[in-house]
Design a protein around this ligand. Structure first.
Ligand code: GLY
Length: 354
């Protein structure tokens, strides 16, 4: 076998070993039914997380193992490897985790060259007295704990970024390829369903003991300003849980969730006795109510962007909501993984380039 294959296998093994760093010991099953939910790009995530729960994994460890599959999937351009880079062509990842039984959390932001940011976030939670490490500090922390370097910019993501750069202005010297020479994946990427804030993965897991864990991990807004951090690594915005009530997370326009601490809002709505469906719709309504800037409104004054929320309660109920129609979420109830509809606040598809 050529040495390059050995090297690739070695790197893959090291990367997957790094997902396990900090995982808790397994415990015998409890009396309850485990449930896992995730955003719509998380069908394989919920399958893996459920497999982990059924083997006695801690709910946070199960969620991290689930999203690790998507972090390592080069075809998902919104998370980890293959994520769309910032405007300089560099992939910067954000992720956070929360652990129900200890009510603790950790996060990393603007992390470069590390494949599994959610697993690094778990170590921030466990091996520091902090909740958030960013940029070079987060990278050096990950290296210190044995995470290998990974080039996160795939050739496909690089070509998408280059085309974006070449089409930004008529007043510069870059010339995009003629339309008939564009690779199909670039046409597909910038097609009619193109949404800049699309993607990110959130996963919440409930184990058979009634304990919760969750994570949100992303490469963030496509072509973002270098250093831009969204909601995903911010506890209360991109995810939140209370082990007595439930777990919630979001995908979509991070700035809207940062300005409303939407995931925290959802759990507080559960505390008031709301059903998870009403709790997630409440977070959508808050965004509409606080979205005062004209540049972020459609002609009817509604948000010209989308956000999506996911919620799993301690007693195993779950629901998702979105501002606009068409969103789905992934669910595994112990029998099968499937996609279910999120309830929209507005019964129309998202505005173009939302
Ligand atoms: N919700 C992901 C982001 O805005 O980065």
């Amino acid at each position: 076998m050529p040495p390059s294959i050995h090297r690739r296998q070695f790197l893959a093994a090291t990367a997957s070993a790094s997902v396990l760093l900090g995982a808790a010991p397994r415990r015998p099953p409890g009396p309850g039914q485990p449930i896992v939910i995730a955003s719509a790009n998380g069908l394989r995530c919920v399958e893996e997380a459920m497999r982990q729960l059924q083997n006695g994994a801690d709910p946070l460890d199960a969620a991290i193992a689930g999203v690790a599959i998507v972090e390592a999937d080069p075809s998902d351009h919104t998370v980890g490897l293959g994520g769309i880079p910032n405007e300089d062509g560099v992939v910067e990842l954000d992720a956070a985790v929360m652990h129900g039984p200890t009510h603790s959390g950790g996060a990393v932001a603007a992390l470069r060259n590390i494949l599994h940011p959610a697993a690094v976030a778990r170590l921030v939670m466990q091996r520091t007295d902090h909740c958030l490490l960013v940029g070079d500090g987060a990278y050096r922390f990950a290296k210190m704990h044995g995470f290998p370097d990974t080039n996160l910019l795939t050739d496909e993501a690089r070509q998408i970024w280059l085309y974006w750069k070449e089409t930004q202005s008529r007043n510069d010297d870059r010339i995009p390829p003629p339309p008939d020479q564009l690779p199909p994946f670039i046409k597909a990427f910038f097609g009619p369903n193109y949404i800049r804030e699309h993607g990110t993965i959130h996963c919440s897991a409930l184990d058979s003991h009634g304990d919760l864990g969750c994570t949100t991990t992303t490469s963030g807004l496509f072509f973002k300003i270098p250093g831009r951090v969204g909601d995903s690594p911010i506890l209360g915005a991109g995810l939140w849980l209370d082990n007595q009530l439930g777990s919630a997370g979001s995908t979509g326009r991070g700035e809207a969730n940062l300005l409303n601490l939407s995931s925290h809002t959802i759990i507080e709505a559960l505390r008031q006795g709301k059903h998870p469906q009403d709790a997630t719709l409440e977070a959508c309504r808050r965004i509409v109510a606080t979205n005062h800037l004209k540049r972020l409104q459609d002609p009817k004054g509604r948000p010209n962007f989308d956000v999506r929320f996911y919620c799993l309660t301690k007693d195993g109920r779950f629901a998702g909501s979105s501002l606009w129609a068409g969103a789905k979420m992934a669910v595994h109830d112990g029998h099968s993984a499937r996609l279910v509809d999120c309830a929209p606040l507005f019964d129309e598809p998202p505005p173009p380039d939302a």
